[in-house]
Design a protein around this ligand. Sequence first.
Ligand code: B12
Length: 303
Amino acid sequence: MKLVSTRQAATLLGVHESSIKRWCNSEELPCSHTAGGHRRIDLTDVLTFARKQHLECSLLPFGADALMVWNGANELRLGRQAEVLAIKMRDWLLHAESQKLSGLMLLCRSLDIPYARLFDRLIARVMEDIGEEWSRGSFDIGDEHRISESLMDVLYSLMSSMPQTPPQQNGRPVRRAIVGCGPQEDHATGAMMVRILLMDRGWKVIYLGRNVPEEDIVLYQRRHRAELVAVSMSSHQTTAALREFVRNVTSLRRDDVPFDLAIGGSAVNLVTDQVPSRPSPVVVRTFEDSESFVDWLDVRHEQ
Ligand code: B12
């Protein structure tokens, strides 16, 4: 038995807490009481009620896994690792179970789990395991492509639920960022995540997708007067390759349209020394994950 509060039940059913209390009082929704007099409802009863009343509930698509998903999402909410949920998510990605994947995202959002935490502690973790399985030979390259595309579907569905960025905020034009993958880079999920993180903070994102040459990155930066260029790099395996990218981008920049350059992706994890080597007029920062990026962003580019 897993007991939830009236607030949690309201979140799950997408209704106001007062409706839950009313249903408890009329005994339509069974509940018990804590020593302090607070109502507690069995999660199974919440799900049965949702089914009977044809209410939308983000846990319904999970069937017998509903309790595990609820527990896992709450682990994440508390900033802990959600091991069991990660294993399940890997299976859903492998079998392209998009309803469950989108349901999980919706649930995490309804629990106010920040996007950055969701990306770093669940999704990137799951993809790392998938990479290991691939290197052990448990998956072929086709599986890896399929899984990545399922993940992209999830990210697109997350994005479609976000409000459009207005052209102005507090009377000022919104901040603009260029986001994409570096040259010859096909690992696209990191860039999509950065796109979502920025949109969530009210930025207008000009998204360029995979494999973008330095000239195009800077051309779009200038055209849109973007103050931030955020690039994902994973397959560049040496510091020299990263350095060359930074050198190319910074040498193309124009003084009258300045920008910061943020670089992330698994190539960044491999380089041990600082990029770039010489002092640069462009602020260049590398990030190993989304959480450190949003911490930096919220200070450096505070509205
Ligand atoms: C899926 C995958 C693929 C897919 C990509 C499909 C797609 N549409 O994206 C396919 C099959 C195409 C592929 C191909 C290759 N891959 Co691959 N791939 C992976 C795998 C398994 C998962 C990548 C992923 O999606 N991760 C999930 C995302 C969320 O994680 P992430 O990218 O690290 O992003 C997180 C952070 O890094 C950060 N972040 C990312 N970008 C940015 C950007 C900014 C601005 C910021 C602030 C933060 C940020 O935020 C994210 C959330 O935490 C990894 C394994 C692994 N350990 O990561 C290997 C991996 C990335 N691949 C690797 C390699 C070597 C290749 C190939 C060269 C293989 C080959 N020999 O052909 C090719 C290169 C293709 C190319 N030209 O780009 C290596 C890279 C190693 C390295 N850097 O030295 C890895 C690490 C595997 C390994 N351990 O060797 N791959």
